[in-house]
Design a protein around this ligand. Structure first.
Ligand code: TXA
Ligand code: MG
Length: 319
């Protein structure tokens, strides 16, 4: 049920139930990070393989040391600059974090989400929340309570409504190898912004389906059910699919062509942050239209354009 009642949300979590929570990036499926019972339920609900670890959400940077240890100076610096916010750090885990959360790894993913409702909820709990994005494994991430409700109508007792997600794409993930920062997943904070704070960040190249040391890197992800293509040349693809029911996902401008069934323009003003915010909602809408094909325009390869291209690329990969 969609609700704004924090007390119900809190009670459910204390009873080891799973609820949906709003964050500034996407909605999460949250449970007590210390409870194996709760964590198992998250994996079951999401139909997520146990080898793919979860992010732990803490109430403030001061609680980082409760879940992680041996924290590099650059991580401290990023936490200070970007938390609460859409940055996830992969750090050495504290022993009290269940193996189920980290998929048996020695590292844990942690962040402080920047959403008033969820920060308020966390402040009332004496445990952190493990939460993956609130979509079935491989599906498009939810950026509204209604998206979550459509996925999990019959199974979630509480979908905590915090409105539309401000950022609209997942957090940026940074890990470390020999104390050197590495970008594991493009996200709501651009690499350029992070480099302003800690200097050069190496970008981990995309892994394959068995390489889960690279988070968010399972190739098929964020996928609409509709056949989807990503291209620099939308016109060419329109020709290729002529006489079919076409939906377009575009950055700034619509295309003048009466044969197109539906067009989604993410930011008429050409603002990448606005485009990121609209991305998943537009994909959800397109996917509901019984189209034969979705043709997505490739975004400029800088700032949040990189994050958008990354998600679109994963949306088009075949299984
Ligand atoms: O914005 C976000 O990050 C959202 C909100 C709800 O916080 N959460 C999210 O969670 O996107 P999820 O589970 O959909 O993606 C988390 C990614 C996964 O790809 C997982 O493989 C990776 O983080 N991950 C988690 N723990 C890890 C670890 N110890 N080492 C490497 N990767 C890890
Ligand atoms: Mg996800």
């Amino acid at each position: 049920m969609i609700t704004t009642n924090l007390a119900t949300a809190k009670q459910a979590l204390i009873a080891n139930e799973i609820i949906a929570i709003p964050t500034e990036t996407v909605y999460g499926l949250a449970g007590n990070a210390y409870s194996e019972t709760a964590i198992k339920k998250i994996f079951e609900l999401k139909q997520r393989p146990f080898y793919n670890p979860l992010i732990v959400h803490v109430k403030s940077a001061a609680f980082l040391s409760q879940v992680a240890t041996d924290i590099p100076a650059a991580a401290e610096k990023m936490a200070k600059n970007f938390w609460p916010g859409p940055l996830t750090l992969i750090l050495k885990k504290q022993p009290n974090i269940p193996d189920l959360v980290t998929a048996g790894k020695e590292t844990v993913a942690v962040r402080v989400p920047n959403h008033p409702t969820t920060l308020n909820l966390l402040a009332q709990l004496d445990f952190p929340l493990a939460a993956p994005s609130a979509n079935p494994f491989g599906a498009i991430s939810p950026t509204t309570a209604e998206h979550v409700d459509n996925y999990f109508k019959n199974t979630l007792s509480v979908v905590l409504d915090g409105g539309r997600c401000e950022k609209g794409v997942e957090s940026t993930i940074i890990g470390f190898e020999d104390d050197q920062p590495i970008l594991f997943r493009h996200g709501a904070i651009s690499v350029e912004e992070i480099e302003k704070v800690i200097g050069k960040v190496r970008v981990r190249t995309s892994g394959n389906d068995t390489d889960v040391s690279a988070p968010g890197m399972l190739s098929r992800h964020y996928s609409p059910a509709t056949n989807t293509h990503l291209t620099d040349n939308v016109g060419e693809y329109i020709k290729m699919f002529q006489h079919q029911k076409i939906g377009l996902l575009l950055f700034k401008d619509t295309i003048t062509d009466n044969s197109i069934a539906h067009q989604e323009v993410l930011s008429p003003a050409g603002d990448l942050a606005e485009a990121a915010k609209e991305l998943y909602a537009a994909l959800h809408r397109l996917d509901k239209l019984d189209l034969d094909v979705i043709i997505a325009e490739r975004f400029p390869d800088n700032g949040l354009g990189k994050t958008i291209n990354d998600r679109l690329q994963r949306a088009v990969e075949s299984e």
